[in-house]
Design a protein. Structure first.
Length: 74
């Protein structure tokens, strides 16, 4: 039991000695652009589906629900 406590204390002391470093701004920019383009692509596909599916006569309640769910959760 004492050994387990010492191991836990050592683990906590290691964590306490670690210092957080800020991410470089380039990494943040890459993450932001990746998110914007990824989400934008999905939203554009949803918009295109909402425009073209009714023209092709392939539009009903469930298609609307699927498009809205994809747009909301993307």
């Amino acid at each position: 039991m004492i050994e387990a406590r010492e191991e836990t204390d050592q683990g906590n002391s290691w964590l306490a000695t670690q210092q957080w470093r800020r991410l470089p701004s380039r990494v943040k920019m890459v993450w932001m652009l990746s998110t914007i383009f990824g989400q934008g692509f999905v939203l554009i596909l949803c918009a295109l589906a909402a425009v073209f599916f009714p023209r092709w006569g392939w539009w009903g309640l469930w298609q609307s629900i699927v498009i809205v769910v994809i747009a909301v959760f993307s």
